[in-house]
Design a protein around this ligand. Structure first.
Ligand code: GTP
Ligand code: MG
Length: 576
């Protein structure tokens, strides 16, 4: 009995998303290929919605009675691995019937996506694997098998991580490459774990994982020297926190891991040191530490302070919750199930029709619905909806779904397209205005009109160019500066006009935060974070043949007061 772990990655060699990126940006293929290559290791084959713990939301996911399904579709449910997966979905083994039934029942619970982030080797996969073990989804026999396999590869201590790291390459190197996806439940909540890679070469995959998450578990190693390396400039602890905040992960559980290590030995001093160093940094990143962050000590390897509280004889000073309790208690802002439907497509494949995968960012979907695939404005019909491995009739915001569509071919869909309401389709634009926080430009370059970077916005990865700097924001007064701005440097906040070659789906941050926040990356480094503040003004017309509204963009016409009230109280770059 083993939990299924699906793997996914962005832009890795031979994989669909990489192909997609190139197709989507065909006019600048060479440039983007270079950019993307620099984001990857070539060797790699490779909100927010609250919901109180007790709130069951049966209306958001309606499970289809298994008896009602025809045999073909039942087969589709039990075979989630499609014949030629472009984004890899590795199944450790088939889930047994009894488990499927449990999951079906679990659909009445609230659902949260949790991304595990943090510096390389902090213990993300080990902790994720331990969660699956402790929640009864991996049996002792499998653990023994992994222990042997890990020993054969001279990676004895990695056996728990093998539950999440299912690729041979990941197991040999002891490093996660692709985001591992798995599910577990507590009494009140169904969780989807997204185990992100920590290595800096795989940041695009981490971005993809974090962009699907509601909450984050930031894993910090307490082992002597390891916390320091992760936290120093250039370490992934910093980059991941900043990216998580940018990508809409509003709540963080900061787990101080490896408390069992002999250099730590459940020391309160070490725990306090890490908490006191992380706190100002998290604040500077835009997190309200009191409200949005919770610290707790664990040992992912030993499974301590995870499902049950750590024994007082081991850690007498800890009076807080264990990890499962803390996860259970996290509250996030309720999403609107009645908003216009928006589901960014992260993957697609052929399976008795065209199946698209993604997380619902707004609204709800029901079997039989007519929707649009944007930006190519293709009208489609929803044939079936799958949530985890269950077919459901109806699903609400926050759910990770696979949706079978009619009316479109798989090859006409690219990742980053958005499945969208017909009446209020998502905006599709080649230009927008955004407020950017410049983080660290390569070689202290200056940021000016003509600057090119790779834009990551929900599932879109697209080359972009800054075509005009409109004005700089005064960091003290938080007001637009009067002086004309020609260039800015590290740390500046600037409002600018950005162009992309191909139409992309986006929204104003103020309307749909998840579709309006982005990062700019150059040569594998995140150089800026931003939010879309203005889109070209547009209007809807009804196309009588299709009975739907289209958004027609009129570039160059913008609402004027685009910077008013945009800055929050964040002291440094936490503009989102
Ligand atoms: P990447 O995916 O490469 O970013 O690493 P990761 O954060 O997933 O780390 P992983 O789980 O692969 O663990 C890295 C190493 O740390 C392995 O040797 C683990 O056994 C060890 N480790 C993880 N958690 C603990 C812990 O709680 N205690 C001790 N002592 N070692 C741990
Ligand atoms: Mg890992």
């Amino acid at each position: 009995m083993v939990q299924q772990v699906a793997k996914e990655s962005v832009g890795t060699k031979g994989n669909h998303k990489r192909t997609t990126i190139f197709t989507y940006t065909h006019t600048k293929r060479t440039d983007i290929e270079e950019d993307i290559r620099s984001l990857q290791l070539d060797s790699a084959e490779e909100n927010n919605g609250v919901v109180n713990p007790g709130d069951a939301r049966p209306e958001e996911v309606e499970v289809v009675d298994k008896m009602e399904e025809d045999s073909e579709e039942v087969q589709a449910v039990s075979q989630p691995v499609h014949p030629e997966p472009k984004v890899k979905h590795k199944e450790v083994s088939a889930v047994e019937d009894a488990e499927s039934q449990q999951e079906t029942e679990g659909n009445n619970k609230r659902h949260l996506n949790v991304v595990f982030i943090g510096h390389v080797d902090a213990g993300k996969s080990t902790t994720g694997g331990q969660i699956l073990f402790l929640s009864g989804q991996v049996d002792d026999r499998t653990i023994q098998k992994y222990e042997k396999e890990a020993k054969d590869k001279s990676r004895e201590s990695w056996y728990m991580a093998y539950i999440m790291d299912t690729n041979e390459e990941e197991r040999i190197k002891g490093k996660t490459v692709e985001v591992g996806r798995a599910h577990f439940e507590t009494e009140t909540t169904r969780f989807t774990i997204l185990d992100a890679p920590g290595h800096k070469s795989y940041v695009p995959n981490m971005i993809s994982g974090a962009s699907q998450a509601d909450i984050g578990v930031l894993v910090i190693s307490a082992r002597k020297g390891e916390f320091e390396t992760g936290f120093e400039k250039g370490g992934q602890t910093r980059e991941h926190v900043m990216l998580a905040k940018t990508l809409g992960v509003t709540k963080l559980l900061l787990v101080v891991n490896k408390m069992d290590d002999h250099t730590v030995n459940w020391s309160k001093e070490r725990y306090d040191e890490i908490e006191s160093k992380m706190t100002p940094f998290l604040k500077a990143s835009g997190y309200n530490v009191k409200k949005d962050v919770q610290f707790l000590p664990i040992s992912g390897l030993m499974g301590l302070n995870m499902k049950t509280r750590v024994d007082k004889s081991l850690c007498p000073w800890w009076n807080g919750p264990c990890l499962f309790e803390a996860l259970d208690r996290i509250e996030i802002t309720p999403r609107d199930p009645n908003g216009p439907f928006r589901m960014p497509i992260i993957d697609k494949f052929k399976d008795m029709g065209t199946v698209v995968m993604g997380k619902v960012e707004s609204g709800s979907v029901r079997e039989g619905d007519s929707l649009l695939v944007m930006p190519n404005k293709a009208q489609v019909k929803v044939l079936a909806i799958y949530c985890d491995d269950n077919r459901v009739r109806h699903a609400g915001p926050g759910e990770n779904l696979r949706i079978r569509l009619s009316g479109i071919e798989e090859e006409d869909i690219l990742s980053g397209f958005v499945l969208s309401s017909v009446a209020k389709p998502v905006a599709a634009v080649t230009e927008f205005i955004a407020q950017l926080q410049i983080l660290e430009l390569l070689d202290n370059a200056i940021f000016t009109a003509g600057y090119k970077a790779v834009l990551h916005i929900h599932a879109v990865v697209e080359e972009c160019e800054i075509v005009e700097l409109l004005h700089q924001i005064d960091l003290k007064t938080k007001k637009p500066m009067k002086k004309k701005v020609l260039f800015v440097k590290n740390g500046a906040i600037v409002v600018c006009r950005i162009q992309v070659n191909n139409s992309i789906c986006t929204e104003k941050f103020a309307d749909f935060a998840q579709l309006g926040r982005f990062t700019l990356r150059t040569e594998g480094k995140t150089v800026a974070v931003g939010k879309v503040t203005e889109l070209p003004t547009g209007y809807y017309v009804v196309d009588k043949d299709m009975e739907c509204g289209y958004l027609f963009s009129i570039l160059s016409l913008y609402h004027k007061t685009f910077t008013d009230g945009l800055l929050g109280e964040q002291p440094t770059w936490g503009i989102l």
